[in-house]
Structure formats: C-alpha cells, structure tokens
Design a protein around this ligand. Structure first.
Ligand SMILES: [Zn+2]
Length: 330
C-alpha cells in the first residue's frame, strides 16, 4: 500500500444501512478497510481527503458479504470441542451483559441508523471528555500490550528491540488529541498527515458510555496509527490473522488480519484497564464492554472485516483466559 495514499476504514463493526443512505461512492470502494463503523457522511470526508492519507474507524455493510458463516473445525489447529463451547458460552455472556448494563454499548448496526448528534449535545460532550481523559491511559496500555503481543507472536527481533516496534511505539506515544466530529457519525478516524489526533464521531462517542468501551476503540485506532504509513506491524497482523484462521476456520487474512489485531488490542487494553482500575461492577460486565458493540442483529462482514459476531468469536478464540473470566466471572 502506498504510504501517501493509504486510506483505511477502521471499522468497529458494520450493520444495516441507515435509512436513505446512498450507494457507496467510488472513493469508498477504493478504500482499504480496517475495522469499525462508517457512514455516508464520512464518505464525504473521504472524498474531501482523497488525496491525503486517511485512516477511519468504520462500520458498514458490504455487498456479497458473509452472513452467518459457520465456524468449521477442519483445521489441525482448530479449537477443541471444549474450547469451542467455552468460546460460544463467553460470546453469549458478552451480549447478555450488554442488555443488563446501564453503561452498555450501542450495537453498531443500531448506531448506523441514528440521526446525527451535535458536538454540543450532552452525550457527545461527555463522551469527548471521557475519550480525552482516557487517551493517555490507552496509550500506555497499548504500548504494554503491543510489546506483549510482539513477544507472543514472534514479531520481536530476538537479538534486541525491533526498530519496527520502536517506531510503532513512538507513533502511539505522540497521539495527543481527540476531536469530536458530527459528520464522522459512528466512526473514528485518523488522518495520517495529522497522526496526533483521533477524530471521533459524536454518535460513536455517545454510543460507548463506558470507560472500557472508549478504551477499546482508542486502542484500536492507536494500533492503526502505530502501523503508520510504513506498515510497520504487517508481520504481526499476519501472525495474528493466521492464528485466528487456524483456530476458527474463518478466513482472517490481509486487511481482516489488521482489523482483528486492532480489535484484539482493544480487548487487551480494556482488560488491563479493568484489572488496574477496580470497581464494584461485575468483572464479566466490564470485560464485555470491550466487545459488545458487536452484538448486532444484522451480522454482516466483508472482504476487510469479519462479521461483528464472528469478530467476538475470533477474539475469544485467541483469548481462552478471557473466555473463562466471562463465563465464570472471575
Ligand atoms: Zn480498524
């Protein structure tokens, strides 16, 4: 991918089209998609910035997308029946917790159908303040988790610190600002020519009323920034994607691998946040908040994203410890 024209939709999920939404623009079709929510107004932004580097959290349906893809078990390294059952149980817990949680995230297909939300609305103001407050925490958690993932997936140079990782970490540490934006709706995005700011759609801000939900999205975006125009983390994305593919039987390659790695980091960062900031809320409820925006009714994926519900399954397959914590509550 050419550095100067790199464009990404960093989807947190996708869902049904908003009423009256137009067909995808040529600019949209040409985008390289990561994973998150995106809407028609964001397309205008994308056209406007077609000549610059653009990274956006986006969620959208795609024609010909997978629907209710069954997880197969033919791979040699696939989950054992017991591990698969634990994963499925945990995914049920995630979406059940969402419905009981006063701070539960709005599913992304629901977000996509909502009317625009002014920047000065109380929900958007509260969300922007939360995101700005949590940004330094998310940066630290991403750096720690990135080092851990690099070790776990053999990305790190065994002779010492890998310069690719060092550059990625430096980019994460340079992110300073959150900019709430009406037109970004249910997306978050980053312009690579301005990699110090995460643009956060006001619907997205309002749809994630918990610290854990915001931390997971910030971490997702920070990984795209870490990868940067140099694709520094490409080999890590590939390793995570290959492992997820083997475990689940789903195809998690190319951009799907990057998006899943970003979501994996979001989940890991949120889990670390939960463990370092105790509260009286149940553990399973807090952990669920990093993934529950994927509890959609219309479960569609595309070439660049697993479907939202398969994203939850893949994340849990990669993290049996988290599955157990969700199921047993400790
Ligand atoms: Zn993404």
């Amino acid at each position: 991918m050419k550095a100067e024209t790199k464009e990404r939709l960093i989807g947190k999920a996708r869902g049904k089209k908003a009423p009256g939404r137009s067909e995808r623009s040529p600019a949209e079709r040409s985008r390289v998609v990561t994973r998150a929510p995106v809407t028609s107004v964001a397309f205008v932004l994308i056209i406007a910035f077609a000549s610059v580097s653009f990274v956006a959290f986006a969620q959208r349906p795609r024609p010909g997308s997978q629907r209710n893809v069954a997880l197969t078990s033919h791979s040699r390294d696939s989950l054992t029946p017991e591990a698969r059952e634990m994963m499925e149980l945990a995914s049920v817990v995630v979406c059940k917790e969402r419905t009981k949680d006063p701070k539960g995230s709005v599913p992304i297909d629901d977000m996509q159908g909502r009317p625009s939300l002014p920047v000065r609305s109380p929900e958007a103001i509260a969300g922007a303040k939360r995101a700005q407050r949590l940004l330094p925490i998310a940066r630290g958690l991403v750096v720690t988790s990135l080092k851990r993932l690099a070790n776990d997936y053999g990305f790190r140079n065994p002779k010492g610190d890998d310069p690719r990782l060092q550059h990625a970490i430096a980019r994460v540490e340079a992110v300073r600002n959150i900019r709430p934006d009406v037109d970004s709706r249910d997306n978050a995005s980053v312009l690579l020519k301005n990699p110090h700011t995460i643009v956060f759609g006001t619907i997205f801000l309002a749809g994630l009323p918990s610290d854990e939900g915001i931390v997971s999205v910030l971490a997702h975006e920070l990984v795209h920034i870490a990868d940067g125009t140099e694709d520094s983390l490409n080999l890590l994305f590939r390793a995570v994607g290959n492992r997820a593919s083997k475990l689940t039987g789903l195809k998690v390659h190319d951009q799907r691998a990057e998006e899943l790695t970003c979501d994996l980091m979001g989940m890991l960062a949120a889990r670390s946040y939960v463990l370092t900031a105790p509260s009286y809320e149940p553990l399973a409820r807090r952990l669920s908040r990093s993934m529950e925006h994927n509890c959609v009714d219309q479960d569609e994926g595309d070439d660049d994203h697993l479907s939202p519900r398969n994203t939850i399954r893949a994340l849990l397959a990669l993290n049996p410890t988290l599955s157990r914590e969700l199921v047993y509550g400790h």
